[in-house]
Design a protein around this ligand. Structure first.
Ligand code: FAD
Length: 345
């Protein structure tokens, strides 16, 4: 099936009537689209449908045309593409120039970027250049279709409230979104759309930056945001020795280990493993929360897990409010029993 590009908005009289469509920045690495971009195509499709507007992906890179097919299969109607050897590696100045040129020519209403290192860098550079707003690190997106306003929500004031931020007077409206908080659409194999090619119009000699070397991370750690089972430990485990309980349980059920900020700050585990507002957002099938109080800054990073099993000796701990199963008890008694039971199973 061929995706039907939505007709341009007709009869619009608002002051931004020349801006049309929802765009998603298609971030890619090693020849593959990064997961959050596909998730954002899903989110973007929902917003675009509410406004009866087209959904586009825009992609910069070199030899990346084959990735357009994936964009269509995940919901895009159009892919804007700039393919140029200068775009082989991410550079702020080339990617910003390409994106700004596309925006000036095609005038999108909204642009969504994954909150990846490149997405964060690019979106802030583009926002500055286009003198428009950017809501960073969003966890919820909606649209007021009548006013054509993006409702971008993110935790604010230390995570105590969710703030919905509107960009009323500038276009495009832009947001970065964390990975794993939106859902990609089911892949529609064979769905196609329209590719629009543009050129970069820059020369290496005009550029101020050069990529000398790319040093890949060598650590073997399982990416927490991809783990199916997570055992997370909190400050209630007392010390590094107590935290070892998480590794013991994780080993028998083949899980990854995560932690609260307090456990990280105590030095029991590296900060890469912090879950929550200032750490990673996770959505595993099973999330064990061991001796974790359930502060809102932690909850926002794990509340979309499918099953949450909380083990806390305080029956009033907030973590029980989001738990699928609550075990009120001492972790040092409960967890060894669980380990025994799992070993027998
Ligand atoms: P505590 O709140 O001290 O809770 C320990 C829990 O363990 C208690 O509920 C207690 O009843 C229980 N307990 C004690 N002993 C036992 C036992 N033997 N068996 C069972 N239960 C036991 N936090 C994050 O996690 N991630 C973030 O990204 C994050 N970002 C933040 C950003 C900002 C701007 C701020 C201000 C805070 C942030 N925090 C974050 C910190 C957050 O507010 C909490 O302080 C933190 O999550 C609490 O960690 P905890 O649950 O390990 O510790």
């Amino acid at each position: 099936p061929v995706a039907e590009a939505k007709p341009a908005a007709q009869g619009r009289t608002d002051k931004f009537a020349d801006h049309e469509g929802v765009w998603v920045y298609i971030d890619h690495m090693d020849g593959e689209i990064v997961g959050v971009s596909l998730e954002l195509l899903g989110a973007g499709r929902r917003l675009a449908d509410k406004m009866n507007a087209p959904l586009a992906g825009f992609m910069l890179g070199h030899n990346v045309e084959s990735l357009a097919k994936t964009c269509f299969e995940y919901g895009a109607d159009i892919v804007y593409m700039i393919d140029d050897p200068l775009l082989t590696d991410y550079r702020s100045e080339t990617y910003m120039k390409g994106t700004v040129d596309l925006c000036n020519k095609y005038k999108p209403e909204m642009i969504l970027y994954g909150a990846t290192p490149n997405g964060k860098d690019l979106s802030s550079a583009v926002a500055t250049e286009l003198a428009t707003g950017l809501t960073a690190d969003c966890t919820m997106l909606d649209v007021n279709a009548e006013q054509r306003l993006l409702e971008a929500s993110r935790p604010a004031f230390g995570g105590n409230i969710m703030a919905t931020i509107l960009c009323k007077n500038h276009r495009p409206q832009m947001a970065t979104v964390r990975s794993k908080v939106m859902k990609a659409l089911e892949r529609q194999v064979g769905r196609t759309g329209q590719i629009i090619h543009e050129t970069l119009g820059m020369h290496e000699k005009d550029l101020q930056t050069r990529v000398l070397e790319i040093v890949r991370e060598t650590s073997q750690r399982v990416k927490l945001d991809e783990a199916h089972i997570i055992v997370a430990g909190g400050k209630g485990l007392g010390d590094a020795k107590g935290f070892q309980l998480c590794y013991d349980l994780a080993e028998v059920i083949n899980a990854s280990v995560g932690a609260t900020r307090d456990a990280v700050e105590a030095g029991w585990i590296d900060h890469h493993y912090q879950i929550g507002q200032t750490g990673v957002t996770v959505t595993p099938k099973i999330y064990f929360a061991i001796a974790i109080s359930g502060a809102v800054q932690h909850i926002v990073g794990m509340q979309n897990s499918e099953f949450i099993i909380a083990i806390n000796k305080d029956p009033n701990a907030a973590i029980h409010n989001v738990a699928t199963y609550s075990i009120v008890g001492d972790a040092f008694e409960v967890v060894p029993k669980l380990i025994e039971a799992f070993k027998k199973a």
